[in-house]
Design a protein around this ligand. Structure first.
Ligand code: FES
Length: 444
């Protein structure tokens, strides 16, 4: 399919199926980068990654390289296009670091930029006098992205000046971020480590976010892992050895009923989550010293309220998925139509004992890392669909399950956990983004 008019794009998505071009067409991917990733609020990083003036990280928003840097005023966090205003060279390839005096120097001809992106100096400036060059023109700097905002320490940016503000964009999904932060006895969290797990997938970016709420796959795709854990627990019922690991993995061998009861909640703009009162985290053991610290800070009732709020993966469409109960976030980095990097970051609950961070790191190692027991199962399945979509061995990818049984509740739409509603909700937003001329994303 070539030449995507609006009606062409609408034709790729039907209520119960999507056409293979959605995963396999480079033209569709290019439009997604422009119309979805070029408009939505995208997760950039956490403020704790740039604690002091001049501290920075580099990342991408869609395909655009950016730098998130703490300005020399010590307060403002800027997200700048990581490109030189002279001839466009990427200024900084380091993943993280500290810019001395808050200055970035392009390695090609030595133009120097301040931490707000403005051009500070360039070598032999006489060559630019009386030639129509304006050093104050932001185009000759490292321009800030169109919009940057922070929600409880989580920095988001949008490449578009148009569209809803960050709080409106997040909507109910913000409650998951609130809960993650509230789980700290002092109400603060920080990123652990300088780099996240990077997991390179040879498939389209949408497979990962679709799979998060595809509750029909764990009993099959993760069966071998779930069975092995059950055997260990049966064979060594009294041993603590491996029990903590088993606690993490066992729910991935859950039943269809278990996931149905978790339920799915679809939100506007493609966001959504599974669980709420019940999730695969709701039966984790609690650590007495952590509970004591929480109750001292919040009191017993509020502590129970915070810790009983359990969601399994809240998707902030399209760029990240948040797990409040386990304090981790996964960030989606599209590379091409059939290549994606998933970064997984973990957070420390300030004021909480080390046992809580150990649990977070254990989860990340066992579930999210490229060498985990679960993630590679999923990736193998995405690869198979990608190959089929590219080869044309299937034209339409099916989304029929429990179609027509959704329950609309204001802005939310809900269904049992094994419904395909989660995917359909994402495609409602996909069509809105892809066919809208205004960039006003209603979704849901
Ligand atoms: Fe950066 Fe020339 S390309 S200074």
């Amino acid at each position: 399919m070539t030449g995507f008019a609006v009606e062409d794009l609408r034709g790729l998505v039907e209520p119960a199926r999507v056409y293979r071009d959605v995963y396999a067409s480079p033209d569709v991917f290019a439009l997604e980068m422009e119309r979805i990733w070029g408009r939505a609020w995208l997760y950039v990083g956490h403020q704790s990654q740039v604690p002091g003036p001049g501290d920075f990280i580099t990342t991408t928003l869609g395909l655009k390289p950016v730098i998130m840097v703490r300005h020399t005023d010590g307060e403002t966090i800027h997200v700048l296009h990581n490109r030189c205003g002279h001839r466009g060279a990427i200024v900084c390839y380091q993943r993280h670091g500290h810019a001395r005096s808050g200055l970035f120097r392009c390695p090609y001809h030595g133009w120097i930029f301040r931490s707000d992106g403005s051009l500070r100096t360039l070598p032999s400036p006489g060559g630019y006098k009386n030639v129509g060059f304006d050093a104050d023109d932001p185009a000759f700097g490292m321009p800030p992205v169109a919009r940057t905002d922070t929600y409880r320490g989580f920095v988001f940016a949008s490449l578009s000046a148009e569209g809803p503000g960050l709080v409106e964009f997040l909507g109910e999904a913000a409650a998951t971020i609130d809960n993650m932060v509230d789980r700290s006895p002092v109400g603060e969290i920080e990123v652990t480590g300088k780099v996240g797990h990077r997991f390179r997938h040879r498939n389209n970016w949408k497979f990962f976010i679709e799979n998060l709420h595809d509750a029909m796959h764990p009993m099959v795709a993760h069966a071998a892992t779930g069975d092995a854990v059950k055997q260990v627990l049966d064979k060594y019922p009294d041993s603590e050895l491996g029990r903590a690991e088993a606690e993490v993995i066992a729910p991935f061998g859950g039943s269809y009923d278990f996931f149905d009861e978790m339920g799915f909640v679809g939100l506007p703009r493609g966001h959504g989550y599974m669980g709420g009162s019940k999730s695969i985290f709701s039966h984790y053991r609690q650590f007495p010293d952590y509970l004591a610290a929480m109750e001292e800070s919040y009191g017993k009732a509020r502590t129970e309220e915070i810790l009983s709020y359990n969601k399994h993966n809240t998707l902030v469409y399209p760029s990240c998925t948040v797990r409040d109960g386990i304090q981790s976030i996964r960030v989606v980095k599209p590379v091409s139509v059939n290549e994606t990097v998933i970064e997984s970051w973990t957070f420390r609950l300030k004021g909480a004992p080390q046992s809580m961070l150990d649990r977070t790191l254990r989860y990340s190692r066992l579930i999210n890392s490229p060498a985990s027991c679960v993630g590679p199962d999923d990736m193998s399945c995405y690869d198979r669909i990608q190959e089929a979509a590219e080869a044309g061995t299937i034209d339409w990818i099916d989304l029929h399950r429990h179609l027509g049984r959704d329950v609309q509740d204001g802005e939310r739409v809900t269904a049992i956990g094994t419904s395909d509603l989660a995917l359909r909700n994402q495609y409602t937003a996909w069509v809105d983004y892809m066919t809208s001329d205004t960039g006003v994303q209603h979704g849901g």
